[in-house]
Structure formats: C-alpha cells, structure tokens
Ligand binder design. Structure first.
Ligand SMILES: O=P(O)(O)OC[C@H]1O[C@H](O[C@H]2O[C@H](CO)[C@@H](O)[C@H](O)[C@H]2O)[C@H](O)[C@@H](O)[C@@H]1O
Length: 842
C-alpha cells in the first residue's frame, strides 16, 4: 500500500542544540523589541505526572497505582524516561519528597513521550506543570478534606529526575470533584471523543449512546477548572502549552481569562476527517474551544488538514495560508510529531538485566523466527485484525508453519473489554488449534503489564515487529523497537498506515500477510539499509526536539501577536457626546454585514426592524445626513429601504447614487467603458458550471459571483482560481477592479469605489462636525481610507470622526473603532437618536 501523497514525511529538522539556539535567539529578539517574556512555560495536561495517596493509619495499606490512561503500551511499563524503579515505591517517594508521612506522592506512569519532552525544556526554561492529581487512594478508605495540604505537597514535589534540571519545575493540581472527573474522562473523553477521533462511531463501540449532556457538562466544567488554575499561576510573558483531547476547551476559556496569553494547543490523538468530526453534536463548541489558541498543533499534516477542513465546513470559518481566520484573527495550524527520548531508551536497552532475558527468549524459541507485537487491549489497536492477518500468513505460506512464533503482549486498557478479551482468546485458540501441534504453539498471548527489561529483551530478539492499529495518534513502541534493534538484528518493522508515525517511518513495511513473508526472507543488506533510515528518524525526531519545536513555533508567532494593532471598542459615551454637540452630522453606513447580519442567500438579507427604526429616526433629524453606501444594486436598496425618503444611497460600490429626497438613480459609471462585463460574466459562468451551489448576481455596472452555498473548500479553491484568472488575464487589459468579498468575488469599474463616494459626501457637507462611518468588509476600507485623508483637509479632529469596523479588535482595518456585530452598530445608532441613554450609559 502506498502512503497518502498529501501526508509527506517530516523533513529532517534542526538538531536539539540548533533548536535551543533558535529559541534563545527568538527570545532575545523579542526582548530587544520590548516584548516581555517570563522565560517560563506552563504545561497543562489531563493528569499530573504524580499519584497521591493518603495513608490514614493502617500501615499495611499501600497505594495501588491507578490504571494507566490511554497511551502507548510502552507507557504502561516503567516508562522510557527510565525512572528509577525505587521512586515508584511509596517509601522511596517519601524519602525523596520529605512529605508528611501521611501523604505519599509517587511518579505517575504514562504519557512518557509527552512528559520526557516537557521535562527536557527544563534545560532552558522554568516550568509549571498543571494537571489533575487523579483519584486519591486512601488506605483504608476514609473521607478526607486535605486539599490544601496536598496542594503544598504537590507544589514542592520533586520527581525522580527533577534534581537534574537546570531550571526549576513546579506542579499545580487542578481539583475536580469525583463526578466531574469521572464524567469528564470516562464519559466525554473516552466514550465520545476517543472513539470519534479514532473513526469509531459510537454505535460500533457501545450499544448505548454516550450520556451526551451529562458528560458534556462535566467536560466543560473540567476544562474551566484547568483554565482557572492556569490563570491563578500565570505571570505576564508565560508561554502556555495545553495538551491533548481532554483539554480542547481550555484555550478558549483561558483566552477569556487572559486575553493576551500566548497559547499553544497540542493534540496527541488523531483528528478525524471533517465528515466524521461533523457527527459530533458539540462539534462547533469543540472547534471554537480549540481556536482560542494562537497555535494548534497536531502529530501529522493529515490531522492538521482535517482540523482546518472542519473549521471551514462545520463553522464556516475562512482558511488562511497559515491557519484559520476568524474575522481577521488567525489561529495558526501546524504539525510536529512527537518522538521518544531516544538517548534514554538506547541506554536502558543495554541495562545489564536485559542480556540474560534475551538469552532465555532465544533458548525458548530456538530455531524459530520471532514476531512481536505489544498493544493496549483496546479496539482501536486492531489486535483481532492482526491475528487474522497472521492466520492468513500461515495459510498462504505453509512453509513457515512450525517455524514462526507470534508473541503478542496486551496491556490492560482503562476500561476492560471482556468481549474483546474473549474474541482475542478465541482467535488465538483457533490459530493454535489449526496450525499448532503438541510440541509447537504458534501464538503466545500474554495479557499483562510486563517489566521494561523484559519488553526491551523481547524487542531486541525479534525478527519482526507487527504494529498495526486501526488508528493511532502516533505510536512510540515502533521507535523503541528500532532503537533496540540497532545493536542486535536490524530486523524489519511492519506498520499500519493509519498511525501518526507512519508518514515519518517510510522505511517500514506496510500490509500484513504477504509482508510478513517478505520481511522474514529479507536479505541482510536491505534490513540494514531500512534500519539505518528508521534509526535516523528515531534518533533525530525525539521527544526533546518535539518540545523544542513547539516552543520555537509559539515564539515565532509572538511577533504577529504583539504587533497586531488592536482596534478599540467603540466608545459609545464619547460617540453620543460628540453627536449631541454637533450641529451637522454625516452618517455613512455600509449595508450587508453592517446593518444586517450576513446570511446564506443575498435575497434573505432584509433589514431587521431595529435597523429600520434607527434609520428612520436618524434621517428625520434635520441635522443628520444619512447615506447607505453599499455594493447592492439600486433595485434591492429601493425595495427594502427606499421608503425612508430622507436617506441618500450609493449602490454597486459607488457606480450609482440616489440623493436624499429624490427618486432618481444617477449612473456615475455611464461614461465608463463597460465592455468588460460580458467577458467577466463568461468567466463567472465557467466557474458557476463547475461549482455546485454558486451563482452570479448581475447588476447594472458590476457583477458578483457567490459561492457561500457551495462546498466551502471547493468553493474557495474555485474562487482562488477564478481570482487568479481575472487578476492576471483580464484586469491588466480592462478598466476593472476585482474584489474579494464575503464568500464572493465582485468586479466593478476601477474608477469608482466606496471611498470616492465618501470623499464626495465629505466635500459636499464640509460643515459636518461629526462623522460616523461603519463597514465590515474590504470594500469599506476605501471609505475609512478616504476619511483619514479628507478629514485632515476639512480640519476635522480625530475625536469627531468615528470610523467603525464590524469585526474583532484584532482584525486588520483602517477604522479607529470596532464593534463585533451588526446588532451593535444598530444599537449604537439607536443610542444616538433615542432620548434614553444608550446601552453603555446605563
Ligand atoms: O457593500 P455591502 O452592502 O456590504 O454589500 C456587499 C455584497 O453583499 C451581498 O453579498 C454578501 O451578503 C449576502 C447576504 O448576507 C451573503 O449571502 C453573501 O455571501 C455576501 O457576499 C450582495 O449580494 C452583494 O451584491 C454585495 O455586493
């Protein structure tokens, strides 16, 4: 099978030393520009790497380690960070931490790649690690109320390797009540998000639908608690990295608490195709939660692409070259695969205890080829399918019968699946019955947590590793295998193509039954060359380089983040006071997206009642000159607003004008060359035929091609093609300007724009002492630009001119003020003409 061509392997990255130099350089550059950075990184993940137990008196009670959360099987061992085994015993932890004898803090296993990456940053940065401490194990079970005490203990916790860090690491726990913790993790995370993110729609994993609302509410509560905890420890200039699918709403909640925080989100799981993701009832909330981050990063390009595509398709957001654009605010979307602590694994794989275990295994399976597999007993790991493939191999290649053993280790998953266990036992028994004999057993299945030495011994003696999950965010076992094989057999590796690691491990084999035969008969030189390539990847793409890349990426975005001008929110008190003191007021208003919200079909964008009320009231005041300056044609404006006789109109981006109190439209484009219209129409027709849902809006002097109702990605792609054609082949020869609007492309004469109309009005009413001009899209920027120049000529001070953009404060605009919705514009207008105080005065 071939790889998805769109999912390229990650090119070789900078070495860890080079990355650290780049990070240091970026920080110096920021400092030189006056950007405050604290030199501290806050990491947020579901669990702290700590287990707490309270010994309530019965000394016989020893805390049992909690079940490992959903991570690669290697994590269920002692962890490839190579933690000293002594630290994993409560007594040792007491000695290490010097805590009250009642509390025992021990190292939590799991997420080893993430934690070793995080820890590696301590070489250069101070760090705070925030997470849930987990359920407290009481011996004997007793009610407790010792959170405060435990909080201090956690803050001062020293992990097994913390003493080696150049910069301090501290810990802060998030407190979740039992119901929230349970429904957040076992509920929304494991029963809803996990299956969906691994392409298992819920009916495949359970006969009952997940308790959607209860679990969702707990997910929200838990995510709020994580965000609050970050806010409590946050110092200006901290970089915040939030990890994984348990915390997808934390970026948004944190953004609300600390608007200027530098936030990164790393998703360790797969992110499914938008067609699957859109099945999630809370899809929009999840995406909005994630988009609170400045940077969202995934393991692979495919996952990043699926995420961007979901933002476009589910939320209707725009895709920008580097990420997702929500009204001018960009969330950058990147990918960077996590690796392992290769140096540590290398060292650990040569521990003295391993060689005798390898010898034992060799003697046990003398003369046989050994295939190894180790997976969590989780349906997404595809163990049944792997067994079926092994059976097919024995069926198709009878010459191997009696000569190959498959050693499959499964570690317990979070929640037991008796059905899966039974099915696995059945298929193992079937293969052994069919292809085994009294003195030969082809499949050896061990369902247990094996010791790291045993695991590394197994990986080292193997002739082939078979790692074939149905879906896996990354999978680091294969990297450990490659490291273990370097000094032993250089045996090949078969990987499923549905793993995050696969695009990077291009020298592994894909496919199963026939590839087992191929791998077992591979000559030594091919084995060696494949191993060299795989080893190179495992050694260079480590958990340490991953963490350094994350830091570098977030630091690289800070410049944009800081230099992006924030447009202040419209000051309604100032607006009203300037309005009241002016004897003459000029009010220029765009229509779509300013006086009425953007809707799917242009004809549905009728003015809401408050808009009509505001326009009627404003235009009745003889001191007010009110104009609508729109891209719409005169017919539409007449139909919906024509009855308000004291309003003046400009239609089709300035091509037509209807003065106040008159009923005649004056065509300002009459003298212009309009021969381009048929050519542009033909081009738009070409694209309409090929873009389902798109249509052309023909006006008298301008043409608009709409694609809002089309497939969003195809529509945007076609729009870019069409824009390219118009700009490069038509615009250079014809007197036109091509405008990129809101899900549309517009073409109008180059000589006329909304800015010209705004200038005209400013010169016509030079006695205006108050100017309010509002718009939402790029064509309205022409008005704001004109205001900037003409206001100076007319001696209008900046406090008299209220150019107002509808959009977020970080949207790029020439306007001086912003509001976030058309409703706020209308509310501000009503606030001006009503005697009652405006909303902001209340
Ligand atoms: O200058 P404006 O008053 O803002 O008008 C700009 C264009 O607006 C209309 O299209 C946009 O609004 C539609 C209704 O909300 C929406 O369906 C469409 O996707 C938007 O592009 C209008 O149809 C165009 O003629 C105007 O030029």
């Amino acid at each position: 099978m071939t790889l998805d061509a769109r999912d390229p392997p990650i090119p070789l990255i900078e070495s860890l030393d080079e990355l650290r130099v780049s990070v240091d350089r970026l920080e110096r550059e920021h400092a030189a520009k006056g950007v405050t950075l604290s030199g501290r990184v806050i990491h947020v993940s579901h669990y702290l790497p700590i287990v707490a137990a309270l010994n309530t008196g019965d000394q016989s009670g020893v805390p049992t380690p909690p079940k490992t959360p959903d991570r690669e099987p290697a994590d269920a061992l002692e962890g490839p960070t190579g933690l000293s085994p002594i630290a994993n015993t409560p007594d040792a932890a007491l000695a290490l931490n010097d805590v009250s004898p009642r509390w025992t803090l021990t190292h939590r296993r799991g997420h080893s790649a993430m934690h070793s990456g995080i820890r590696s940053l301590s070489a250069t940065h101070e760090q705070v690690i925030i997470g849930w401490i987990g359920a407290i194990h009481l011996h004997p079970p007793t009610p407790i109320n010792s959170e405060l005490l435990l909080d201090q203990k956690v803050a001062n916790y020293k992990g097994p390797d913390d003493a080696l860090d150049a910069k301090p690491v501290s810990y802060a726990s998030v407190w979740l009540d039992d119901a929230t913790a349970h429904d957040h993790y076992e509920g929304y995370c494991k029963a809803t998000l996990w299956p969906l993110f691994h392409y298992l729609l819920w009916q495949d994993v359970t006969t009952e639908l997940p308790a959607e609302d209860k679990d969702w509410n707990a997910y929200v509560r838990a995510n709020e608690a994580y965000a609050k905890r970050v806010a409590e420890v946050y110092k200006p200039g901290d970089l915040v990295w939030i990890h994984d699918y348990h915390c997808l709403l934390v970026p948004r909640f944190l953004r609300q608490l600390i608007p200027d925080a530098y936030i990164g989100l790393f998703v360790h799981t797969p992110f499914p195709s938008s067609e699957v993701f859109r099945c999630l009832p809370r899809r929009k909330e999840i995406l909005d939660g994630m988009l609170g981050a400045n940077l969202v990063c995934f393991q692979t390009y495919s996952y990043a692409r699926h995420f961007s595509s979901s933002c476009v398709r589910v939320c209707g957001y725009e895709s920008a070259p580097s990420g997702i654009d929500i009204q001018g605010v960009i969330t950058t979307v990147m990918h960077c695969p996590v690796g392992i602590d290769a140096g540590r694994v290398e060292k650990d794989s040569h521990r003295p205890g391993i060689a005798p275990k390898m010898e034992t295994l060799r003697n046990l399976y003398q003369g046989k080829k050994i295939i190894v597999g180790r997976d969590k007993l989780d349906v997404v790991k595809g163990i049944l399918q792997k067994m079926r493939a092994f059976e097919k191999f024995l069926r198709d290649y009878p010459q191997w019968r009696g000569k190959v053993v498959m050693i499959q280790v499964t570690s317990p998953a979070l929640s037991d699946s008796p059905k899966l266990e039974r099915q696995l036992s059945e298929i193992v028994a079937h293969i052994n019955g069919e292809y085994g004999s009294l003195d030969f057993v082809p499949v050896h299945h061990y369902h247990q947590v094996i010791k790291k030495d045993e695991f590394y011994a197994l990986l080292s003696v193997a002739d082939l590793a078979l790692i074939t999950p149905l879906r896996d965010g990354m999978n680091t076992t294969c990297m450990e295998y490659v490291i273990c094989q370097e000094k032993t057999k250089k045996s090949p590796l078969i990987l499923s193509e549905f793993m995050g690691i696969s695009p990077n491990m291009t020298h592994a084999l894909q496919g199963v039954a026939s590839q087992i035969n191929y791998a077992l008969t591979m000559d030594e030189s091919e084995k060696a060359s494949r191993q060299t390539a795989l080893y190179d990847i495992a050694r260079t793409h480590t958990s340490h380089t991953w963490a350094a890349v994350l830091l570098k990426m977030l630091l690289s975005l800070i410049e944009n983040h800081n230099t992006a001008r924030k447009t202040p929110e419209l000051d309604r008190v100032l607006l009203k006071s300037k309005y009241l003191s002016a004897k003459r007021r000029l009010i220029m208003l765009d229509y779509d997206g300013t006086l009425t919200p953007i809707v799917k079909t242009p004809s549905m964008a009728v003015p809401p009642l408050p808009t009509l009320e505001a326009l009627e009231k404003l235009s009745k005041d003889p001191r007010n000159i009110v104009y609508i300056i729109s891209g719409r044609d005169g017919v539409f404006l007449d139909q919906h607003l024509g009855h308000i006789s004291q309003i003046g109109f400009s239609a089709e981006h300035g091509c037509f004008v209807k003065e106040r109190g008159t009923s005649t439209w004056v065509n300002l484009s009459e003298a212009l060359d309009m021969s381009w219209m048929s050519e542009v129409k033909e081009i738009f027709e070409y694209y309409t035929e090929r873009t389902t849902g798109s249509f052309i809006e023909m006006k008298k002097s301008s043409i608009t091609w709409h694609f809002r109702a089309s497939d969003p990605e195809w529509g945007l792609f076609q729009c870019k093609q069409c824009l390219d054609l118009l700009e490069n082949n038509v615009a250079p020869k014809r007197p036109i300007e091509v405008l990129v609007g809101k899900m549309n492309l517009e073409v109008r004469p180059v000589a006329i724009n909304k800015g010209e109309i705004a200038k005209r009005l400013l010169y016509t009413y030079p006695d205006a002492e108050f100017v309010f001009c509002a718009g939402d899209d790029k064509t309205d920027e022409d008005m704001f630009r004109a205001l900037g120049t003409v206001a100076v000529e007319l001696f209008l001070s900046s406090s008299q001119v209220f150019s107002t953009s509808v959009g977020l404060s970080s949207k790029k605009t020439l306007a001086s003020w912003h509001v976030t919705s058309p409703a706020e514009i209308v509310d501000a207008l009503l606030g001006l003409c009503n005697d009652s105080p405006s909303r902001s005065n209340l």
